[in-house]
Design a binder for this molecule. Structure first.
Ligand code: ZN
Length: 448
């Protein structure tokens, strides 16, 4: 049993000061507020609940910064995808584990305590299945264990190269399954899950899955989350209309019984009607504003969607720059740039943009990854402590502290992070940061 004492904390019921949290077997056993620390208590700044990162492709961290060169005048998502396919061509399971561990360390250091790994790199370099179909899923599990981050593993079903069951391209050979091999992959992945790791499934996109396959694989989720990429790019929307007469999100809402178990990643290009219907479905929109800006995807209609009661989660997707507050900031700034106004993702009830976005992300992210969160008795002890002495947080408390962290702090504002009661970050650094970074550097150097 351990006791932590905080100057302040954002509890389930709101802000509290002088807070003492008791942790037993990785779970918050009790919370007291307005109390003094006991002599043996570890003393910290301001406690926030850890956030869920709803969308990651861990291996892509290894190519971050390497595709920021102009290759041709019409560089876009699709030409970036070619660079990504070349990068993953040679990755071994050990490479995937080393790169993903680095990504997960950075997630914890920035304030994420659980990750949804949208895992599609299943096959050997020649496209043949490994003897163990969950070989690379094991690499993801190893990365989660090396870093201590909570894992919701989302094995991806990927069978086709485009809408209508088109043949896959050679660059997609490492992703491919059929219905039977995918069922084996899901089972083998489930058998590897450690501790409180969770399993969902992820039909990659309507480009990669036929309607018959989609309906056949959904029961494999066994009540866990279902994630799918949708409407990230206008070319994809236009191809979906040509194939089916409907836009991707529209098609899913009509044909796939989208409900609270679903997380539609990106959902960038929506009509007003799709936006309202997605909000009413109970599904989570998995937004990845930093990656969406990096890839030139477009801007999600966040104001309308939130006004319609829609739920959002945040993902770091390509892991080009891993930063929990940075994703929230990028979402608000995308709306400011589009609408030429300020402080848009808030309302009269909660005027703080930081608090509004944090609350929405905490609730939606937990739903999308099948996890419970928040600082309350019975929840996992997933806690992020901000350094109350950090200059960017000077003079701020309550909701203003969240505004300052999200909009005005550079580095070092996160002082400590506990995941399932285990201290993973101390003094702003992950406890295994050096060892993980050493392995990462060697891996990336060998791939260059
Ligand atoms: Zn993605």
């Amino acid at each position: 049993m351990a006791h932590l004492w905080f100057e302040g904390a954002l509890l389930e019921e709101g802000w509290a000061s002088r807070v003492r949290i008791q942790i037993l077997d990785g779970v918050i056993a009790s919370i007291e507020s307005e109390v003094s620390p006991q002599p043996a208590d570890a003393r910290h700044g301001v406690a926030l609940p850890g956030l869920c990162n709803v969308h990651s492709h861990g291996f892509q961290r290894g190519m971050a910064g390497l595709s920021e060169r102009r290759g041709r005048p019409d560089d876009d998502f699709w030409s970036w995808r070619e660079v990504m396919y070349r990068f993953l061509d040679r990755l071994t399971p050990d490479d995937i584990a080393a790169i993903t561990a680095q990504a997960y360390v950075e997630m914890l250091e920035s304030g994420f305590t659980r990750v949804g790994e949208f895992h599609y790199l299943h096959n050997d370099v020649d496209g043949r299945a490994y003897a163990d179909p969950a070989e690379t899923a094991g690499a993801i599990v190893a990365a989660a264990e090396a870093s201590g981050i909570g894992l919701t593993l989302l094995p991806v079903f990927y069978a086709h190269g485009d809408f209508g069951g088109a043949a896959p391209a050679p660059g997609q050979r490492r992703f491919l399954s059929d219905r039977d091999s995918f069922a084996r992959l899901v089972e083998a992945s489930r058998a590897k899950l450690p501790g409180d790791a969770l399993l969902g499934i992820a039909p990659h996109s309507l480009r990669a899955v036929t309607p018959g396959e989609l309906h056949a694989i959904l029961p494999l989720a066994e009540g866990g989350p279902i994630h799918i990429h949708a409407a990230e790019q206008m070319k994809e929307v236009e191809a979906c209309i040509a194939w089916s007469g409907a836009r991707p999100v529209e098609w899913l809402l009509v044909n796939a019984q989208v409900d609270a178990r679903w997380c539609l990643i990106h959902s960038t290009h929506l009509t007003d009607r799709e936006c309202d219907r997605l909000a009413a479905s109970g599904a989570v929109a998995g937004l990845c504003p930093v990656t969406e800006a990096n890839l030139g995807d477009g801007i999600f209609p966040t104001i309308r969607y939130l006004e319609a009661g829609g739920r959002i989660g945040m993902g770091t997707d390509s892991n080009i720059l891993i930063d929990a507050p940075g994703e929230l900031r990028a979402l608000e700034y995308s709306q400011r740039l589009a609408h030429r106004r300020r402080a848009l993702l808030a309302d009269e009830a909660v005027p703080s943009v930081g608090r509004s976005l944090f609350d929405a992300t905490l609730a939606g992210g937990g739903r999308a990854l099948g996890a419970t969160g928040g600082l309350l008795a019975g929840a996992p002890a997933d806690i992020v402590a901000l350094d109350a002495q950090h200059p960017a947080l000077a003079g701020a408390d309550g909701d203003k502290l969240l505004d300052a962290w999200i909009f005005a702090a550079r580095h070092g504002a996160v002082e400590s992070v506990w995941r399932s009661g285990r201290k993973c970050v101390s003094g702003g650094r992950h406890v295994a940061a050096e060892a993980v970074a050493r392995r990462y550097r060697a891996t990336v150097a060998a791939l260059a």
